[in-house]
Design a protein around this ligand. Structure first.
Ligand code: ZN
Length: 242
């Protein structure tokens, strides 16, 4: 577990919410950057492993949340290998109030074609598959609170003009996830270990689809990353008030 200190205060519009409630001063968010250096997750259209994107986004989000007065912990530092079970153990010992797993998405092989990206083998979508997804597990002991957090984050991300991708609901092997809210992009995925075994309200968000060239460019843009971080921050502020 890694405690995060404030590096710099942002100058985004949501700094208007500097007047956090007393409650929020003691509110701790546990961020879980998905995958590890050895098991890097999806490969982007540029041949870069998902874990690199996850770690980068976690760092930006941690800075933003810290700058707004929240306490932030991470399950894993960049470069560390931490198992799913150990992430759950970190969560159980963390005394945090919510858990957010950060990931970037891929698509089923039938939608992909192999490409060469600057000498690196990579894959690209044959058709546009773009947007974010949020997952919750009904096995989580705080399922209703997890769903409430997911709804708040979905509304905030949607307000950025970002759309959810609904491809995880396709009735094919490897997908077929129950779609709880098609407008907000919320799915049920009961057996995700970090959600199901977590004692905290817990969600997993896929920020964008790395095998789609347009979406990969979107999630790699520093302005978009900052806006996303502020959107999450705003949603957590609402969650704290409940
Ligand atoms: Zn992932």
């Amino acid at each position: 577990m890694l405690s995060v200190t404030v590096k710099a205060c942002c100058v985004m519009a949501c700094c208007a919410m500097a007047a956090w409630s007393e409650k929020s001063k003691f509110f701790t968010v546990l961020l879980d950057p998905g995958h590890t250096p050895k098991m890097g997750g999806a490969t982007s259209v540029r041949g870069i492993k998902e874990v690199v994107y996850n770690d980068h986004l976690a760092a930006i989000l941690a800075d933003t949340l810290s700058a707004h007065g929240l306490r932030v912990l991470l399950t894993r530092r960049p470069g560390e290998d931490v198992s799913l079970e150990d992430r759950v153990a970190v969560s159980r010992n963390s005394q945090a109030q919510c858990f957010i797993a950060l990931h970037h998405d891929s698509a089923q092989p039938k939608y992909l074609e192999q490409i060469n990206s600057n000498g690196v083998e990579a894959f690209s979508t044959r058709i546009p598959i773009r947007g974010y997804s949020i997952f919750v597990s009904q096995k989580n002991v705080q399922y209703q609170k997890s769903l409430s957090l997911a709804q708040g984050i979905g509304r905030s991300v949607l307000s950025l003009g970002r759309k959810p991708t609904l491809h995880h609901a396709e009735p094919i092997p490897g997908e077929n996830r129950p779609l709880l809210d098609s407008t907000l992009g919320i799915y049920r995925f009961d057996d995700l270990v970090v959600l199901a075994k977590n004692l905290l309200p817990a969600i997993l968000i896929e920020y964008g689809v790395l095998v789609d060239r347009t979406d990969e460019e979107y999630v790699s843009d520093s302005g978009n990353q900052a806006r996303f971080a502020h959107a999450i921050c705003g949603a957590i502020e609402e969650f704290v008030k409940k």
